[in-house]
Design a binder for this molecule. Structure first.
Ligand code: 5AD
Ligand code: SF4
Length: 466
């Protein structure tokens, strides 16, 4: 048994990590059995679930969307805010109920929540029916843990990140777009954020391995890759290889895969060369997700974000100027401890200045073990909710404005599939990452097509394939 430890998780050593090839061979010993996999949280988790899916399917399990039909339930969890916790523990109640009638059911919990000391304590004491707890650093241990499952709770969570594993296999959700990890972890330690603890120290993959993966995806017919990292602009800084994110971006662009995206960017490490490359290469999409978090310098300082409102604006304007037609989206937190009304108004002000294409907005949620969680907060939840509402109204107004600018224009849309609610309609994304519901033939799925935009709403566009 290995339990998480927040103090260990905070430690950063100068020791270089190893890059190790995984070699896992699995037999389909569970043929005929079914798995139910539920994923919470960010794209990193969605991609991790593609690794989990590979292990489950290699062991012979087939997918079911029905919890009651499952022989194994895997919850890949998120810890970013308290409500993510609540959802998982709520869902565990259903799993517990099922286990009462299905004694051999295996319940496994992985992802960021497993890296939290308090969560694992709660699972140990209140949820003994959970069979397996595995962490974010050892997803590849899951098959071994499943094979050894014997009705005793097995917890294998490592606080110190291990090495960078290569040769990870994925059963990807899509045959058109693919996630590609370029790095793991984060060293930024924004004071509100739990990610540097749950995902560990920043570890970059080697450039040639990433390019190799993209080339392979292109050969398999993938149209788009999204380079994934908590802070992609810091890529390479932990290696002694002399290359950075701009070098990686250029090398990936040269593979000629039709579309390249990357998330998430931190304003701190965004260089001019990166901006020039986004502008230069047609296959690097004109879309940047650039979290601001707050528009007030005092709050930004307390958050440990390392930039001021003015510095963010300068970078924002530079990207807008250099990258034609670029869309920029952001993340914003309201109600950081003791945020005053006038500090909140600075956030509204930057939204008014930037007119973001869209924004993910959140109420600050204290995360145990983070520095911000120790600050005594005097602002009520009711006040924070009011601010969120006000912010969302403004954000939505600008999303609609940005979308309306697309009206009657022709956009290049990568068609991903049929609309969930109306299978006669297709859906896809513009190069600027706007969702479009498209009238057109199913044969267009997987292709980048010209679409005439006929209607604009706050969260999507309508269009007709030409
Ligand atoms: N409370 C609220 N929002 C948070 N985020 C990260 N940590 C917290 C927290 N403790 C938001 C940030 C980040 C996004 C992924 O989640 O805006 O960019
Ligand atoms: Fe969290 Fe900040 Fe790292 Fe983003 S950059 S993952 S907000 S610590």
């Amino acid at each position: 048994m290995n339990l998480p430890d927040m103090i260990e998780a905070r430690k950063r050593t100068s020791k270089r990590v190893e890059h190790i090839d995984l070699d896992i061979n699995l037999k389909d010993v569970f043929k005929g059995k079914k798995y139910f996999l539920r994923t919470y949280g960010c794209q990193m988790n969605v991609h991790d679930s593609e690794e989990i899916r590979y292990y489950l399917e290699s062991l012979g399990y087939t997918n079911t969307e029905e919890l009651e039909a499952a022989d194994i339930v895997v919850l890949n969890t998120c810890a970013i805010r308290e409500n993510a916790h609540d959802k998982v523990f709520g869902y565990l109640g259903r799993c517990k109920h099922l286990k009462q009638t299905k004694k051999d059911l295996i319940i496994a919990i992985g992802g960021c929540m497993s890296q939290e000391v308090s969560v694992v304590e709660e699972i140990k004491t209140k949820h003994p029916y959970v069979d397996i707890v595995f962490g974010t650093h050892n997803i590849h241990d899951l098959p071994k843990m499943i094979l050894n499952a014997n009705h005793k709770q097995d917890i294998e969570v490592f606080s110190c990140e291990g090495d960078v594993y290569e040769n990870i296999k994925y059963n990807r959700d899509s045959k058109i777009t693919a996630w590609v990890n370029i790095m793991y972890g984060c060293d930024k330690f924004c004071t509100y954020c739990i990610v540097p603890y749950t995902r560990g120290k920043q570890r970059s993959r080697k450039l040639d391995k990433i390019v190799e993966e993209v080339k392979k995806l292109k050969e398999e017919g993938y149209q788009e890759v999204t380079l994934l990292g908590q802070n992609v602009n810091a890529y390479g800084k932990d290696l002694d290889e002399g290359y950075d994110f701009a070098d990686l971006l250029e090398s990936v662009a040269k593979t000629n895969i039709p579309r390249i995206r990357f998330v998430t960017s931190h304003p701190w490490d965004f260089t001019d060369r990166m901006i020039d490359l986004i502008a230069k290469y047609e296959n690097v999409m004109p879309y940047v997700h650039l979290p601001i978090q707050s528009g007030n310098d005092h709050i930004l300082k307390l958050m440990g974000r390392r930039y001021t409102k003015e510095e963010y604006l300068t970078l924002f304007n530079k990207i807008k100027d250099k990258v034609k037609g670029v869309s920029i989206t952001t993340d914003i937190i309201v109600g950081f401890p003791n945020e005053t009304e006038s500090e909140f108004e600075d956030t509204l002000d930057i939204v008014n200045k930037c007119k973001f294409d869209s924004a993910f907005t959140f109420i600050y949620s204290p995360r145990e073990g983070t520095p911000a969680s120790k600050i005594k907060d005097t602002i009520s939840l009711e006040e924070k909710e009011k601010r969120l509402y006000k912010l969302n109204e403004l954000v939505n107004k600008y999303s609609l404005e940005a979308n309306k600018k697309c009206l009657d224009k022709v956009a290049k849309v990568l068609i991903l599939g049929t609309n969930e609610k109306d299978d006669k309609k297709l859906y896809g994304y513009t190069d600027t990452m706007k969702l479009v519901n498209v009238t057109g033939d199913k044969s267009l799925i997987g292709r980048i097509v010209d679409v005439k935009i006929t209607d604009a709403k706050s969260f999507s566009l309508d269009g007709k394939a030409l």
